[in-house]
Design a protein around this ligand. Structure first.
Ligand code: ADP
Ligand code: ZN
Length: 765
C-alpha cells in the first residue's frame, strides 16, 4: 500500500464517506486528492481505510483546499471508480435531506442513488472489441504485402480478415469476424501488431426492451386536458408547482403526462415518471416509448443486474430524456430535471419499507424544490392525505371529470350477497353477476373478475347479517388468530373469544372467510361450461414476462374472462372489456388498518374503471354482504368528494391521520422474553421523555394520544418473536419535535432486539 504524504504546498482535500453502513463510520473522512486524479463532489472513489489501509469504496461529498499543516495526517485517494461523478449536485443535496428526514445514515441515503450492483464492482460494462483498418492504410499496398511472389496468401487467415474489413469499410466486432472466419483471433492479433488493423473498445448497453412499439402521435387534447397541460406548462416555465391531478378513470391522464413531458423536452429539460409497479403496467411503458422512442429508460426490480446498471448509465451519461420506473426511479441521475410525474399517487408501493423508509412522493416533492422542477401527482382516487393537502393549498388541484375518448362512465350495481345466501345461493356468484356474465360473453365481449387477496379470511363476520367483529376502542375490525382461537385488535392488542353465535342476529353463521382466485375460476367454469379464462395472481405471474404475456393474450381475445387480484386493478386499458365483477367487496373493508375504507374505495373505483372504456358501455357488479355500507355506496356512486368528506370526518373523530401520526418501533428476537422486555422498557422510558418534552414546551400532555407496548399482530415470523411500541401523536406544531425526540431516544437506547423505527408505517404487521 502506497500512502502519499504531501509535505508543504497547497493541494485539494476531499471529504469522503466510506461505503460501510455503520453508525461509527458515518462521518466524512478527509483525504488528499492526488493532482493527477480528476475528482469532483459526487465522485465514487477508492480509499485506504482503517488501520490496515484496506481499499474501500467511498463517495466524495465535498472538496476544499487544505491548509499545509493538516496535510501530514491525511491519506490519499487511491483512484476513481467511474470517469464521471456518480451523483449529481442535486442528488447530494437530496441525500442531506433524506438523512435528516428519515434519520438514516449518510451512506444509506447515498446508496439509494446508484444501482446496488454497482457497489463492490459486481457488474461490469459490456465491452465489445472492435477492429478496423488503420486510418492511413493504403489497402492496395497492404494487400500486396500479404501475398507471396506467386500471388498466393502467405497467411490465408490474415488475408481473409483483411479482405473482410476492407470490404466492409467499417469497424467490426471481433466476435462477428470470428463467426465468419473461425479461428480469426490469432490473425487479428498479428495484423494489429503489423499496424494494419487498429482496435477500438466500445461499450454497449443491455436493453430491457423487446421490440420498440410503433410510434404514436400526440392526440388532440380535450378541453379539460388542454387546461391541465397549460397550467402545468405555466408552472414549468416558472420552475415551480406541485399539482394534484384528480381525473376519473379513462379521463386521459396519461396524455396529460405525455404532453407535459414533451413540452419539458422542448425546453431542454428531462422528466421522471413514477408508476406503482412497472411490471404490472406494461401498457403505460409502451405509450411512453411509442411517443419518445429510444430516449426512454426504465428502472424496476425485474430488470437483471446488468440491465439495471446499463439503464442507469444511459441515464447518467445523458442518453435519455425520460425515465419511467417504480419508486426508486425518483433518484434517477437525470440532469436538467424539469418534471416529475407520480401516477396513481395513492398507491402504498410508493412507501419504502427498507432503510431508509422513504415516501417516494415526499422525495419527489423535495427533488422538485431542489431542482426547480414541477411535480404532478395523478390519480382517480387521490389518497386522503394528498387531497387534504390540496384542500389546504399545499398542492394545486386539477380536475378531469370526463372520459377523454367520449366513453360514458360505467353503470355500477350492488349485489346483496346476504340476501343471496339466505335464499340458498351458496356460490361465489350472485344472480346479478351471473346474468351479466352470460350477456357479456354472448355479445362476444370480455369480463374482468376481481378478487381481493390482501389479508383475506382474517376478519370474521356473520354471513347471515353481515355483522363484523370490531374493536370498541379502535374502530377497526379484529383479526382472527387461529393458534390462540381469539380475535385481536391490531392497534391496541385487545382480545376476545370468538362466540358461537352472532351477537347481532343470534344465528350460527359466523365465519372467517374469503375466496381465492383459483376457487373463483373453478366455480366459473362449472357455472359457464366452455368459458375461456385467464388467472393472474402471485402464483401465475412469477416469471419475468408473465404479466406482459398474459395481458397481451387477454388483449388479443384469447380468453373471455380475466380473474385476478390487486395486480389487475390498475392501468389496464382493454377496449373490449365491458363487465367488471368485484367478488367480495367487504373483504377489503375490514382489513385491520385505519386506511381500509380508503383502500376499498380506491380499489373498487380502479377496477370499475376497467369497464367500458371504448364504444360499448360498461357494467360493474359489486358483490357485498354489507351493501348499505357508506363506502360501498360512495364507490358505486363514483362519488370521490362524498367519500372524502365522509372519511375525513371519520378520521377527525377517531384522530387518525392526517390528524395524527403513528410511529412504530419494532423489536425482534429468537427468545420471546428479549423483545417483550425491551419493548416494555423502551415504552416506559420513551413515555417519560415525550411527556417531559411536551411539558417543557408548555403543551398539553394529551398530544401523546397513546403509547403502548404489545406483541406485533404477527407475533412470530421467520422464527423470530416480534413486539412493538406503538405511538400515536396528535398532529400539531409539536409533532416534528416529538418525532425527533423519538429518534433521539432510540439512538441513545439501542438494545439488541431493536429492529426498526417507522413513522407512518404502511401497515402494522
Ligand atoms: P386514465 O389514466 O386517466 O384512466 P388513460 O390515460 O388510460 O386514462 O386514457 C383513457 C383512454 O382515453 C385511452 O384509450 C386513451 O388513448 C384515450 N384518450 C386519452 N386522451 C384522449 C384524447 N384527447 N382524445 C381521444 N382519446 C383519448
Ligand atoms: Zn383496539
Amino acid at each position: 500500500m502506497r500512502i502519499r504524504i504531501v509535505k508543504g504546498g497547497w493541494g485539494m482535500v476531499a471529504d469522503v464517506y466510506v461505503d460501510i453502513a455503520h453508525s461509527e463510520v458515518d462521518q466524512p473522512f478527509t483525504y488528499l486528492v492526488p493532482p493527477e486524479l480528476k475528482i469532483a463532489p459526487g465522485q465514487r472513489v477508492t480509499v485506504p481505510f482503517g488501520r490496515g489501509n484496506a481499499l474501500k469504496e467511498g463517495f466524495v461529498l465535498s472538496m476544499s483546499e487544505h491548509a499545509p499543516e493538516g496535510a501530514a495526517r491525511f491519506k490519499s485517494i487511491a483512484g476513481t471508480l467511474e470517469p464521471y461523478t456518480a451523483l449529481l449536485p442535486d442528488q447530494l443535496k437530496l441525500c442531506e435531506w433524506l438523512k435528516q428526514t428519515y434519520h438514516c445514515l449518510t451512506v444509506d441515503a447515498l446508496r439509494l442513488m446508484i444501482p446496488a450492483q454497482m457497489r463492490g464492482g459486481r457488474v461490469k460494462e459490456n465491452r465489445v472489441r472492435m477492429v478496423g483498418l488503420a486510418e492511413n492504410c493504403d489497402a492496395e499496398r497492404v494487400r500486396a504485402t500479404l501475398l507471396n511472389r506467386a500471388g498466393q496468401a502467405k497467411a490465408p487467415r490474415q488475408l481473409e480478415v483483411f479482405d473482410l474489413l476492407a470490404a466492409s469499410k467499417n469497424f467490426l466486432s471481433v466476435s462477428d469476424i470470428e463467426s465468419f472466419i473461425p479461428g480469426a483471433g490469432g490473425a487479428i492479433h498479428k495484423l494489429i501488431e503489423k499496424g494494419v488493423l487498429v482496435e477500438m473498445g466500445s461499450v454497449t448497453f443491455r436493453s430491457p426492451f423487446p421490440q420498440p412499439p410503433p410510434a404514436s402521435e400526440p392526440l388532440v387534447l380535450t378541453r379539460e386536458q388542454e387546461d391541465a397541460c397549460s397550467r402545468i406548462l405555466k408552472a414549468q416555465q416558472c420552475g415551480t408547482g406541485a399539482f394534484l391531478l384528480h381525473g376519473v378513470t379513462g379521463s386521459g391522464k396519461t396524455e396529460v403526462y405525455l404532453c407535459s413531458i414533451a413540452r419539458a423536452i422542448e425546453r431542454g429539460r428531462t422528466a421522471i415518471v413514477l408508476v406503482p409497479e412497472i411490471s404490472l403496467t406494461p401498457q403505460i411503458v409502451d405509450s411512453f416509448r411509442a411517443r419518445f422512442g429510444e430516449r426512454v429508460a426504465v428502472l424496476h426490480s425485474r430488470l437483471s443486474a446488468g440491465e439495471r446498471y446499463d439503464e442507469w448509465r444511459r441515464i447518467r451519461t445523458g442518453r435519455v430524456d425520460v425515465v419511467i420506473g417504480a419508486r426508486s426511479a425518483v433518484f434517477a441521475p437525470l440532469e436538467r430535471l424539469g418534471l416529475i410525474v407520480v401516477d396513481e399517487e395513492h398507491e402504498p408501493s410508493y412507501l419504502s419499507e427498507q432503510i431508509p423508509a422513504y415516501n417516494a412522493v415526499e422525495v419527489a416533492l423535495k427533488r422538485c424544490q431542489i431542482t426547480g422542477s414541477t411535480l404532478v401527482l395523478g390519480s382517480a382516487t387521490p389518497s386522503i392525505a394528498s387531497y387534504y393537502r390540496a384542500q389546504r393549498g399545499r398542492y394545486e388541484l386539477i380536475e378531469l371529470n370526463e372520459r377523454a375518448s367520449g366513453a360514458r362512465m360505467p353503470e355500477i350495481e350492488i349485489s346483496d350477497m346476504r340476501r343471496e345466501f339466505l335464499a340458498g345461493n351458496n356460490s361465489i356468484f350472485g344472480e346479478t353477476l351471473l346474468q351479466r356474465l352470460r350477456a357479456c360473453l354472448e355479445a362476444g365481449e370480455q369480463a374482468i373478475l376481481f378478487v381481493n387477496r390482501r389479508g383475506y379470511s382474517t376478519f370474521v363476520s356473520c354471513r347471515g347479517c353481515g355483522y363484523v367483529f370490531e374493536c370498541g376502542d379502535c374502530d377497526v375490525s379484529m383479526t382472527y388468530h387461529k393458534a390462540d382461537g381469539v380475535l385481536r385488535c391490531h392497534y391496541c392488542g385487545r382480545e376476545r373469544f370468538l362466540p358461537e353465535v352472532c351477537p347481532s342476529c343470534g344465528k350460527k353463521y359466523i365465519k372467517y372467510f374469503g375466496v381465492g382466485t383459483q376457487q373463483v375460476e373453478e366455480q366459473l367454469k362449472k357455472l359457464l361450461p366452455g368459458v375461456n379464462t385467464l388467472r393472474m395472481d402471485m402464483d401465475t405471474t412469477r416469471t419475468k414476462d408473465a404479466h406482459r404475456t398474459m395481458l397481451e393474450a387477454f388483449a388479443k381475445g384469447e380468453a373471455q374472462v380475466l380473474v385476478g387480484t390487486q395486480m389487475i386493478a390498475k392501468g389496464l386499458d382493454f377496449p373490449n372489456v365491458t363487465l367488471v365483477g368485484v367478488i367480495a367487496a367487504d373483504s377489503l373493508l375490514h382489513l385491520p388498518d385505519y386506511r381500509s375504507y380508503e383502500r376499498t374505495f380506491q380499489l373498487i373505483t380502479q377496477v370499475s374503471g376497467r369497464a367500458g372504456r371504448a364504444k360499448h358501455p360498461g357494467h360493474v357488479v359489486i358483490q357485498a354482504y354489507t351493501p348499505e355500507h357508506p363506502v360501498i355506496q360512495f364507490a358505486a356512486g363514483q362519488d370521490y368528494k362524498g367519500f372524502y368528506a365522509y372519511e375525513l370526518a371519520n378520521r377527525r373523530a377517531a384522530l387518525f391521520p392526517p390528524f395524527s401520526i403513528f410511529v412504530r418501533v419494532l423489536f425482534t428476537g429468537a427468545n420471546e422474553a428479549g423483545p417483550m422486555q425491551e419493548a416494555e422498557r423502551f415504552r416506559e422510558g420513551l413515555e417519560k421523555a415525550l411527556l417531559a418534552h411536551l411539558e417543557k414546551r408548555g403543551a398539553d400532555p394529551a398530544e401523546l394520544l397513546f403509547i403502548l407496548a404489545a406483541p406485533a399482530p404477527i407475533k412470530r415470523r421467520q422464527a423470530m418473536y416480534r413486539y412493538h411500541v406503538l405511538i400515536k401523536l396528535l398532529r400539531t406544531g409539536n409533532t416534528a419535535g416529538l418525532i425527533s425526540e423519538i429518534y433521539r431516544f432510540a439512538d441513545a437506547n439501542r438494545s439488541p432486539c431493536f429492529t426498526a423505527l417507522l413513522v407512518n408505517p404502511q401497515d402494522m404487521f
